[in-house]
Design a protein around this ligand. Structure first.
Ligand SMILES: Nc1ncnc2c1ncn2[C@@H]1O[C@H](COP(=O)(O)OP(=O)(O)O)[C@@H](O)[C@H]1O
Ligand SMILES: [Mg+2]
Length: 379
């Protein structure tokens, strides 16, 4: 107790310290999604009366960040500053002292977070995350483009959205989202990189030795497990997986690791593509995974107000009918997306085409189609 009885300072300094601690419990670390007090980042709080200044105090907060100089440290310290300065009971002058956690403390924190998360966070009962695995029989049909634009749509609609680039040899999400940074590594726990509102992880974000580690072993299976267990996902509303093309192994790995995952099959309109797309959906006969629906991409090209069916017609409908018949439940054709050069150009520029430059969802037909697809998937 440092306040003098009888001074002009009417609030007990211990009370101020306790109140500030309580206020800091509402400052959330943006990466870990937990409060700075929960995470043990607040090492000390000291309030001292300012002489000759009624009801005014200097308040020093010692903050221990998980990683010093992390890009989000300023966000955190600004919020702490605000929580002190806006204290209603007295006039407080904040002094924020920033250091980083000791190795041991950080190791304990990471161990706690991992234990709490019990490895793969998505296969616990009661988990609210909807998981959509985007599959195609063959490459080049627009699986990654659809995944990226759908993820951006979910995020723009306000869903907490994550995406895993599970196509480890043909990864493309970093480029489609314009990501050039590496995930922060907290003692072996990786923070996804957020771009256009989506939490992302891709093998393309790792270089050299890190990439080699992810590529070791039975690769597809391992990398997916690693992305699920070693990345801090929090509890997103939606998780999208951009699967490697093919008709078997990948979907089986997903079904094992993520029993709640629902498969979305992407096809183009021509028969050669739709036949192999059907096979990619038939994996659901071998593993307990629901096929949620079919998306036909590159369905037409609009030229002078006329829809030209460059790749033929009917592929999406065929896949829907054949999977419905084989699986014994409705596998609807959920969307038909046009061939649009702007989609490729925006993707190459690092922004999902469904977003405007300010990150809001486009309000034209293309934006409306993705919004409708997202809403239908969540229904
Ligand atoms: N609807 C579309 N309109 C125009 N270009 C598209 C469309 N969908 C995909 N593309 C382009 O086709 C190529 C293959 O798409 P991609 O999403 O990488 O396919 P996949 O992941 O199935 O291999 C990319 O250059 C992409 O920009
Ligand atoms: Mg791809």
């Amino acid at each position: 107790m440092t306040a003098d009885a009888g001074s002009a300072n009417t609030v007990d300094t211990r009370q101020i310290e306790a109140d500030i601690y309580d206020r800091l419990s509402r400052v959330i670390d943006p990466e870990l999604g937990r409060s700075v007090t929960d995470l043990g980042m607040i090492a000390a709080i000291h309030a001292t009366p300012i002489a000759d200044n009624a009801n005014a105090y200097d308040v020093t907060v010692q903050v221990e960040l998980t990683v010093e100089g992390c890009p989000l440290s300023e966000t955190i310290t600004n919020q702490i500053n605000g929580a002190v300065a806006s204290y209603p009971g007295a006039n407080l002058t904040p002094h924020i002292e920033v250091t980083s956690m000791s190795r041991d403390k950080l190791a304990d924190l990471v161990a706690d977070l991992k234990a709490e998360r019990k490895q793969n966070p998505f296969n616990k009962p009661g988990v609210k995350t909807r998981i959509f695995a985007i599959a195609s029989g063959k490459g080049g049909v627009g699986k990654s483009s659809v995944t990226a634009n759908l993820a951006a749509t979910f995020a723009a609609l306000g869903y907490d959205t994550a995406a895993i680039d599970a196509d480890i040899y043909g990864f493309s999400l970093p480029k489609l989202f314009g990501v050039h940074t590496q995930p922060t590594n907290l003692n072996g726990m990786l923070m996804p990189v957020t771009a256009w509102g989506v939490k992302l992880i891709s093998i393309g974000m790792f270089a050299g030795a890190d990439r080699a580690i992810l590529w070791r072993g039975p690769r597809l299976q391992r990398s997916l497990e690693q992305f699920l267990a070693d990345v801090w996902w929090g509890q997103p509303d939606v998780l999208l997986l951009d699967l490697a093309p093919g008709t078997g192994d990948m979907a089986i790995s997903v079904a094992q690791a993520l029993p709640n995952a629902e498969l979305v099959v992407i096809t183009t309109p021509q028969p050669s593509a739709s036949d192999v797309a059907v096979r990619s959906g038939l994996v659901a006969l071998q593993v307990p995974m629901k096929v949620r629906g079919v998306v036909e991409n590159m369905s037409w090209y609009e030229h002078k107000g006329e829809k030209l069916h460059i790749f033929g017609e009917g592929g999406g409908q065929r896949v829907s009918e054949q999977l419905t018949a084989a699986l014994g439940y409705d596998v609807p054709l959920m969307a038909q997306l046009p061939l649009d050069p702007a989609l490729r150009e925006a993707g190459e520029g690092g922004r999902p085409a469904v977003l405007d430059a300010d990150g809001s969802l486009r309000t034209d037909g293309f934006g409306a189609q993705f919004r409708a697809l997202a809403e239908r998937l969540m229904a």
